[in-house]
Design a protein around this ligand. Structure first.
Ligand code: UD1
Ligand code: CA
Length: 421
């Protein structure tokens, strides 16, 4: 546990995203960007988290995503980052400790960097410690202005910079540690007399400077982790960065990925050692794949799948909400939705589970050691008992319960009429 509380600003409209989805819920590798921030904050040992959300319908979507263990405060008018922080004043009025303030649109930060920031803040005893970085093209970021002794005296937002300040490459990442009391006292002094007519949190630095309170900084050299997500272009960059982070984590843990540049695996996948992922595989959402499996090429696992060890999932196979026990082979052109497949099953090419009747989705159970011929259609709900055989091209109709050790076949073509010339 860390002796810090955390405040996440997540009320902004995200106008530049041009989306109906709230900015902080925009997904990166299958997970909303706010999810990455919450995970990071919990990982560094902070339990007490408050999020500032909007009071509009978008805010309600964010609230739903956050669940019960995160407190929320609503910001009725979006008057700027200082105004957003001020919404937590009542919740933090008796709190005298340290507060980590993060923006909900900076999801690529790493644990190592945030840890460093927290440690520096505690060690230096500063009123504020902020994360900075050097950017060759600092467009859009607040510039860090220092005095003759190298002390931080202000942050100037892009739109308010003079030509001398605009060339400063030292920028504000948007993550701060504050002594909570100093923060809320100084917030009262912030005005909105700037180009955007907003109450900028960054103005707090010059208020601290004037009062003789120290602002310290920690600089990160990583140009990726500080990226703020403001547009779909930024999201695409983040997607690429997170995708490589996921792939390298999996490879380091023993997964073989034949062509990482042609593999898309979401953040919440768990994959066991010596499983081989062939090119052009998409593994979306939450999935578990055991050890020593082979997946792909050209295969899509769409979420909530649980695949045990030594399973073969071949080309052009699509799976969703499906569990597969060990040593099963599903090698060519199959679709399985809402299925429970046993161990040692062999599924022929082009087996299709018809799980949806236009209104509801139904389950299919295929027990251990079942052999399914090519081109079988199973119209759910159905159950195929242990060690049974389904002949090629069979259509297993709705509500069929094939007893164990049975053989079923049929959907034979029948004569229609003579071919017309
Ligand atoms: C901010 C910083 C800038 C920094 C940059 C880093 C300020 C004034 N500027 O600029 O110095 O370089 O981040 O990415 O802080 N929000 C609210 N309520 C509001 C306004 C914003 O909750 O009324 C939230 C947004 O949802 C967002 C965060 O605060 O998550 C940052 O706001 P944004 O408008 O994106 O700030 P930037 O212009 O990027
Ligand atoms: Ca931003």
């Amino acid at each position: 546990m860390r002796n810090f509380k955390c405040l996440i600003l997540a009320a902004g409209k995200g106008t530049r995203m041009e989306s109906f989805v709230p900015k902080v819920l925009q997904p990166i590798c299958g997970k909303p960007m706010l999810g990455y921030i919450i995970k990071l904050v919990k990982k560094i040992g902070i339990r007490d988290i408050i999020a500032v959300i909007s009071n509009k319908s978008q805010g309600q979507q964010v609230k739903k995503f956050l669940g019960k263990d995160i407190k929320v405060v609503e910001q009725k008018q979006l008057l700027g980052t200082a105004h957003a922080v001020n919404q937590a004043r009542r919740l933090l009025k008796d709190y005298e400790g340290n507060l980590l303030v993060l923006y909900g649109d900076t999801p690529l930060l790493t644990e190592v960097t945030v840890d460093k920031l927290l440690e520096h803040h505690v060690a230096s005893g500063a009123a504020c410690t902020l994360l900075t970085t050097i950017m060759k093209n600092p467009t859009g970021y607040g510039r860090i202005v220092k005095d003759g002794l190298g002390r931080i005296k202000a942050i100037i937002e892009e739109k308010d910079t003079s030509i001398y300040e605009r060339v400063i490459e030292d920028v504000n990442v948007g993550i701060y540690c504050f002594k909570s009391k100093d923060l809320f006292l100084a917030l009262k002094k912030i005005r909105s007399n700037n180009t955007k007519k907003e109450f900028y949190l960054t103005d707090i630095i010059k208020i601290f400077y004037a009062k003789g309170l120290k602002t310290e900084s920690v600089t990160t050299e990583s140009s990726e982790e500080i990226l703020g997500m403001n547009s779909k272009n930024d999201l695409a960059k983040a997607h690429d960065i997170v995708r490589w982070r996921i792939l390298s984590r999996l490879m380091e843990s023993g997964v073989t990925i034949m062509d990482p540049s042609a593999t898309f695996i979401d953040e919440e996948a768990v994959i066991g050692k010596d499983t081989i992922i062939y090119p052009h595989v998409m593994i979306e959402g939450k999935n578990y794949i055991g050890k020593n499996c082979k997946v792909g090429p050209f295969c899509r696992i769409r979420g909530n799948c649980h695949i045990e060890d030594n399973v073969l999932i071949g080309n052009f196979v699509e799976l969703v909400r499906t569990s597969i026990k060990s040593d099963t082979k599903i090698k060519h052109q199959c679709y399985l939705g809402d299925a429970e497949v046993g161990s040692g099953v062999n599924m022929g090419a082009a087996t299709i589970i018809d799980n949806y009747d236009g209104k509801k989705k139904y389950k299919t159970i295929i027990e251990d050691k079942v052999l399914i011929g090519a081109g079988v259609i199973l119209i759910a709900p159905v159950k195929i008992g242990k060690a049974s055989v389904c002949g090629a091209g069979a259509i297993i109709s709705k509500d069929t319960n094939v007893k164990p050790n049975s053989k079923v076949a049929g959907a034979s073509a029948h004569f229609l009429h003579k071919k017309r010339k």
